[in-house]
Design a protein around this ligand. Sequence first.
Ligand code: AMP
Ligand code: ZN
Length: 465
Amino acid sequence: MLKLYNSLARKIEEFKPVKKTKVGMYTCGPTVYNYAHIGNLRTYVFEDILKKVLRANGYKVKHVMNITDVGHLTSDADQGEDKIEKGSKREGKTAWEIADFYTKAFKSDIKDLGIEEPNVWCRATEHIKQQIKLIKRLEKKGFTYQTADGIYFDTSKLSDYGRLANLQHQELRAGARVDVGDKKNITDFALWKFSPKLETRQMEWLSPWGMGFPGWHVECSAMAEEYLGQPFDIHCGGIDHLSVHHPNEMAQSEAAYGKPLANYWLHGEFLLIPGGEKMAKSDENFITLDTLKKRGINPLSYRYFLLQTHYRKQLTFSWEALEAAQNGLQHLYRSATVISNQTDFSSAEALAKAQESLKTKFFEHINDDLDTPGALALIWTALKDKTISLETLLKLDEVLGLKIKENMEQKEEELPEKIKMLISERDNARAEKDWTKSDDIRGKLEKMGYEVEDTKDGQKICKLL
Ligand code: AMP
Ligand code: ZN
């Protein structure tokens, strides 16, 4: 039984999909005005684990992820500059070039992290028609009003606005101390923003209300409905979406269609920088995956680092912890190399029984709201006790996505000539019991980026991360 923490219910619930064997999942994607930082990427790793866990539980998953390439303003209160247009000024490229460039960079990052692509990528700028349709529907039902700068959603018209974040509606009415501009309520949000009168935006469209562009929240609502229908099963994002973006998506979708947008809302906690602050794109000192690679950290080591902490716990980044994670993952690859045919079992039946019981325990952890730290600890104990077969380890890695199979022992034919020669030289040294020479060669191999492990089947070579 799969249990997930549903932010909407504020508790762990048994997962029951709308359809028996199919799951619809929408994950809020990147705003492509800059590189994703490793905090953003933490959220996408958590969502990837969720998808793999759903699949391991027998569900067919339809995963939709948007690309926010317009409408996300520098202030979540619908003020400030469009982040993409800001990026365009910063880099002297067009807004379209900025969006394309950072979309490609994002796709390359997630590939490096072993994150699977969604079934559907949807760009906000390619779904303007659907967004206008949704706003028109809301207008017809009386949920909108116009101000000098756009069309807004009137949150006071929904009695349970903010129930996802447990916001107290009454307290959120425009108070004397809060500057809400022309808005009626502080929580009201833009559905459509007008282009500035004396300025031509690079990204703008004609709508029934005039030239302009969609609000950030309406993008997700319109595209989720387009590809998954309503209600669909799971909606995810980072924890910051719990208080503004997701309540707003939920409000407009539910107001428009009179039914829930999604049944389960999952949120991943923040990656923090040392000192306790959240890593943020607006702080120019954020860390990207490229920064990690330049410091010799393999992206999969970062994935492993993340899996050691539960997705609903804050995690503080440090280089030391990351290096330790890289050593841990290397050790895991090495252990996988060594365990082939090395389990301590008297019979094939005993082996099969132990593997079944191990898999059951693994899924008890992972199905308990994605307890990856518990699942990893279980694997380490089994490796230490030599009670896990390689086949089982590789099976469990289908959920963890650490690419053990690809990174364990290197096949002889794939090794560079120089390395092959050293290995054969070391074979001879060992045959002649020349341990000094054998150790010497081991040192040389390590310097060249290869680790050698002596097993009863001979030397096994593993590439260092
Ligand atoms: P953005 O590209 O800014 O729209 O953010 C992409 C995703 O990253 C969203 O789901 C955010 O909630 C999430 N996010 C932003 N900052 C962090 C952080 N420091 N740690 C984890 N996730 C984050
Ligand atoms: Zn969204």
